[in-house]
Design a protein around this ligand. Structure first.
Ligand code: ADP
Length: 271
């Protein structure tokens, strides 16, 4: 978008002259629009579960002689909506922390092996056996950072792979050393993402298919969180995808360390 927004002011100059001052406020204007969109999106996302909850409670209060069996279904639906709101608020708080707080120091070396095993277990539980999920780890490879942040970023990538891959699909998680640095890839055989969506994927609340995405419970903030966590670790996110074939999300850490298991000596890798 090449349009510019200018702020024009006319100020007195000397005795009988005026000066026209123009200031380029395009960036301010863009940020303000983004902020307004964000607030509108949050309000919309919170309103949806609230509307369902209000409807259910009205329905229940109008029913006479409620038995336990009448309550079963409404309670499940209400719980789902409360969970959805909780996820949204948790993600918003995390995102705001990532945006405003300085990265924690000192940073510890993270045991990727244990962390990824936990996350793959969680993903298997979430998929309830519907997907084949594999994990390949280079044991010596490690990064200094914030374990909790990295956990939530990788958990989002794995969760997405499960959500956007039909039953029977494969998800392969790999932690390895590549030319550009230490690399975590989450490759799925899911629905894929049309090319023109890729540049906007990490925007807050951006969804490829809004109808379907909100049905499967995503907050729309997952990849925004991933992007922030990675940039706090001097790492970057790359996505390749083909519609109907699957997607690969890669987190690339140019700065990492390798533990030589024989000598116990750390070597720093840098690209
Ligand atoms: P959501 O909570 O909607 O999953 P995210 O920020 O995690 O939000 O992802 C943004 C959008 O990117 C998703 O709504 C989905 O359309 C798309 N997406 C993310 N991961 C994948 C994937 N592995 N396969 C296909 N589409 C994906």
């Amino acid at each position: 978008d090449s349009r510019r927004t200018l702020e024009i002011r006319i100020v007195p100059y000397g005795q009988d002259q005026q000066l026209l001052l123009a200031r380029d406020i395009s960036e301010l204007h863009r940020l303000e629009t983004m902020r307004q969109d964000f607030v509108a999106n949050i309000s919309h996302e919170l309103r949806t579960p609230l509307t369902v909850l209000r409807g259910m409670s009205e329905q229940l209060s109008e029913m006479d002689d409620l038995g336990p069996e009448d309550l079963e279904r409404p309670l499940v639906l209400m719980e789902q909506q409360i969970e959805r709101m909780t996820r949204l608020v948790d993600d918003l708080l995390l995102l705001s922390r990532l945006e405003t707080e300085a990265p924690s120091t000192p940073r510890s070396l993270i045991n990727f092996n244990d962390m990824l095993e936990d996350l793959v277990e969680e993903a298997r539980a979430m998929s309830s056996g519907a997907h084949v999920i594999t994990l390949t780890v280079d044991h010596g490879l490690t990064v200094a950072g914030d374990e909790e942040e990295l956990r939530s970023a990788f958990s989002n990538l794995l969760g997405n792979a499960v959500k956007y891959t039909e039953s029977g699909g494969r998800i392969d998680v790999r932690w390895f050393e590549a030319a550009g640095g230490a690399c975590l890839t989450v490759a799925d055989t899911g629905r894929g993402i049309p090319l023109h969506h890729l540049p906007r994927l990490t925007e807050r609340f951006y969804r490829v298919d809004s109808g379907r995405a909100s049905r499967n419970g995503g907050t729309g903030l997952g990849l925004a969180i991933v992007k922030h966590v990675l940039s706090r670790h001097s790492a970057r996110l790359e996505v390749t995808s083909e519609v109907g074939e699957g997607s690969t999300f890669s987190a690339i850490f140019p700065v990492y360390e390798r533990l030589d298991e024989a000598s116990g000596v750390m070597k720093t890798g840098q690209h």
